[in-house]
Design a protein around this ligand. Structure first.
Ligand SMILES: [Zn+2]
Length: 133
């Protein structure tokens, strides 16, 4: 898996070199397309972390006066805990309005439209306006 580092801090990239070496692609802001299927290190919101093949968070507990500022490697070292790798499974809940069963799927791409509820057999649709317009 190709490594990607997501951070605004050069100090964090320097700090991460001891774990994953240097020369990896670094971006300040991540998008779903950018992180998809990759081995991503840094800080990400959960919905983007779920797109990664693997996501490693470097937990930073910064004092107020350092937030939003450029950090040195020494500052990262001082305020971070050990990196933690997560393998995230996304489950999108989709409750049947007739019986209350959860017809959710593990990925947006697999969402079904106009299918029968697996529990009660009601024909369901994500396009509710079809019924109410
Ligand atoms: Zn149902």
């Amino acid at each position: 898996m190709q490594i990607l580092i997501v951070t605004r801090h050069h100090g964090l990239v320097e700090f991460l070199a001891r774990y994953i070496g240097s020369g990896h692609e670094v971006v300040a802001h991540a998008t779903a397309d950018k992180v998809k299927g990759r081995d991503v290190w840094g800080v990400l919101p959960l919905h983007l972390a779920a797109e990664c093949g693997r996501f490693t968070e470097v937990p930073l507990d910064l004092p107020q006066d350092l937030r939003g500022k450029e950090l040195t490697c020494e500052q990262v070292e001082r305020y971070c805990s050990k990196p933690v790798t997560y393998e995230i499974v996304r489950h999108i809940h989709d409750i049947c309005s007739y019986c209350g069963a959860d017809n959710g799927t593990e990925d947006q791409a697999n969402r079904r439209q106009g299918f029968d509820c697996f529990e009660c057999g009601s024909v369901r649709s994500d396009v509710n306006t079809l019924f109410f317009s």
